[in-house]
Design a protein around this ligand. Structure first.
Ligand code: GTP
Ligand code: MG
Length: 594
């Protein structure tokens, strides 16, 4: 005989065995609950002064019997993991309410999160008999509408709810609104949770309020009136792009502003419940948070739900893991993943155990991520050693290259700005170009020959992103060290991106962190073909900006001259970082300089 669970403490053996016998009862599938069962539950509830609940299957069998206290009941663990198919769990909750009170918020949240067929409360009257029947069921998602419908209370013995009719009508309706036969699995369907902390409405990211009317500032930039959620929009947009790159379908976005993060859940608990309910409605299998979760938040949220819980950094790491091709890149990504995960690897961390495989849990190559703390630490040390080794090798290669005395020009910039396209355009190469974030992980270098036997080395680099995850920045430091040797940086900007200025600022910040603030650079406004002519002329007005289209070779010519000018000013090589390096022999000056 299955057990009665919940708040059993202090119940008499006779009361317990009466409750156990409930498992033998059957209910007509058409009834929400039979008269007999309803009456019995009320009677016992009254006697023990606690709520009593049952979960009933579609066939009318009692699957669980459990006990609460006078005003609440906690459902047994029925496994919140979504069943393979079908929208509802095939179980309904029927429980008693000792003061004949209406369904509580807890009841409704349980209904939604467990995807119950419906939830019903049988009110107990002062004689211990059924008073009213309170019923609620889920409805398909509709913007601005609550996810459930609470039916008006009906006197228990005259209640008219045909359970089978109701549930089949609901299933049909859900299928119409959110078809189950869609291409993506729940595991690839995500709900985004974006939280903006500590900012007041109308302030931009620097805490300054832009003027109320569109005005041009001293640099000719147009300030739009404050949009309020402008900053959020760009964050949501970027998170969506990351999802697209990772192959995740975004089904819904929740945005919350709050003065500070909730220490336990990042967003408040009530908001988290709302998010989970919506995720259920849209059949999402993944929650993605931005900003990143602390290890503690990740743990508590994951314990709250069976959805996969990840954050922006895990998502970026996941993309990197998918894209890493060379041994170097794979080592670096794995190191970054381990560094991020180690503090989150607690004993039985539900977040981690659920991360194994699939989105957020993909490692580069064959690596498994489900390792324990000790193994993780060992692996980390091993990786650090290996990376140090490859770093030495690279250093050797770089020294050899430097020995050849060619100036080095590195293409840097925000991800998807068109860096690889520009490398291809300049050198006629065919480096992978994609309209996705982080297409390039492995730096490519090419030689570029100018007339007059001038030659340089052009290096493509990994794209930057706002709030570049620290672990990732560290792991890629080795690759980015190549930038240390650069004589000139081409900072490529997607000029048609509405977040252009924020991207420029993010790149500048990262360059500064990498100690490259002093390296000469050319700001290259790419994708000018996507600009309106007047926008283009505003950009070019300063005279120093280059507006090009990397796809169109003839627009690149001025950039070539600018590079030549910067490196061989007046026919002399100007080596920014390594003035001691051997110069390029060139016919017109004939002499060698030291
Ligand atoms: N319209 C237009 N599209 C461009 C231009 N340059 C690049 N693109 C497109 O922008 C997308 C990204 O180009 P990539 O060269 O891969 O960009 P990237 O900066 O190397 O990106 P990551 O390596 O991912 O950081 C591709 O779809 C390109 O075709 C341009 O001048 N005009
Ligand atoms: Mg690239």
């Amino acid at each position: 005989m299955p057990e009665v669970t919940g708040n059993r403490a202090g119940l008499k053996p006779s009361e317990l065995s009466a409750l156990e016998r409930v498992y033998r009862r059957r209910v007509d599938p058409r009834d929400v609950v039979s008269d007999e069962l309803g009456s019995f539950l009320c009677e016992v509830s009254r006697r023990i002064g606690r709520q009593v609940g049952v979960l009933i299957s579609r066939q009318g069998a009692v699957e669980h019997v459990f006990v609460g206290d006078a005003s609440r009941i906690v459902l047994p663990e029925v496994g919140r993991l979504r069943a393979g198919h079908g929208r509802f769990r095939g179980l309904r909750l029927v429980h008693t309410h000792l003061r004949n009170e209406a369904l509580s918020r807890d009841d409704l949240v349980d209904l939604a999160l467990l995807r119950l067929d419906l939830v019903a409360a049988v009110g107990v009257n002062h004689e211990g008999r059924p008073a009213d029947l309170w019923v609620a069921h889920l409805v398909p998602p509709q913007e601005g509408k609550s996810p459930w419908v609470v039916l008006p209370a009906q006197p228990f013995h005259r209640a008219e709810v045909d359970f089978i009719d109701l549930v089949s009508a609901l299933e049909e309706e859900f299928d119409r609104v959110v078809p189950t036969g869609r291409a993506t699995r729940a595991a690839e369907r995500a709900m985004l949770v974006v939280v903006e902390l500590g900012k007041l409405r109308g302030q931009n990211s620097h805490g300054r309020s832009p003027p109320a009317l569109p005005t041009a500032d001293h640099r000719g930039r147009i300030w739009e009136p404050a949009q309020g959620s402008q900053d959020n929009n760009s964050r949501v947009h970027e998170l969506r792009e990351l999802c697209r790159t990772a192959g995740i379908q975004v089904v819904d976005v929740a945005v919350q502003r709050r003065p500070e993060a909730d220490p336990r859940y990042l967003i408040g608990r009530g908001k988290l419940e709302d998010v989970l309910v919506r995720a259920m409605q849209y059949d999402a299998g993944v929650l993605i948070f931005d900003p990143d979760l602390t290890p503690g938040q990740a743990h508590t949220i994951a314990a709250f739900t069976d959805l996969k819980v990840i954050d922006r950094t895990i998502l970026i790491l996941d993309i990197f893991a998918q894209r890493a091709r060379s041994r170097d890149a794979k080592l670096q990504v794995e190191l970054a993943q381990l560094r991020y995960r180690l503090p989150r690897l607690q004993e039985e961390n539900p977040m981690m155990s659920r991360l194994v495989g699939g989105i957020g849990g993909r490692g580069p190559g064959e690596t498994k991520l489900e390792i324990g703390r000790r193994r993780a630490r060992e692996r980390l040390h091993r990786l650090e050693k290996d990376i140090e080794e490859t770093r030495r090798q690279r250093k050797g290669r770089r020294a050899a290259r430097a020995g050849r005395g060619l100036p080095i020009v590195a293409i840097v910039g925000y991800t998807n700005a068109g860096k690889s396209t520009l490398l291809n355009g300049l050198t006629g190469s065919e480096v992978l170009v994609e309209d996705k974030l982080f297409a390039t992980l492995d730096p490519t270098t090419r030689r570029l020959r100018f007339p007059r036997e001038r030659e340089l080395i052009l290096a493509d680099t990994v794209g930057f992103i706002r709030d570049l995850p620290k672990d990732l920045a560290q792991a890629f430091h080795a690759t980015l060290e190549e930038l240390d040797d650069a004589d000139l940086l081409l900072h490529v900007v997607d000029s048609a991106d509405p977040d252009r200025d924020a991207h420029i600022a993010a790149v500048e910040r990262i360059l500064k962190d990498l100690d490259l603030a002093e390296t000469p650079r050319l700001l290259v406004y790419n994708k000018a073909d996507r600009l309106l002519p007047e926008e283009k002329s505003i950009l070019e007005a300063s005279g120093r900006n280059l507006a090009i289209s990397a796809l169109d070779r003839k627009t690149i010519l001025p950039l070539l001259s600018a590079m030549e000018m910067a490196l061989w000013r007046e026919g002399h090589t100007v080596f920014a970082r390594n003035p001691e390096r051997l110069p390029v022999p060139s016919r017109d000056d004939g002499q060698r300089r030291a």
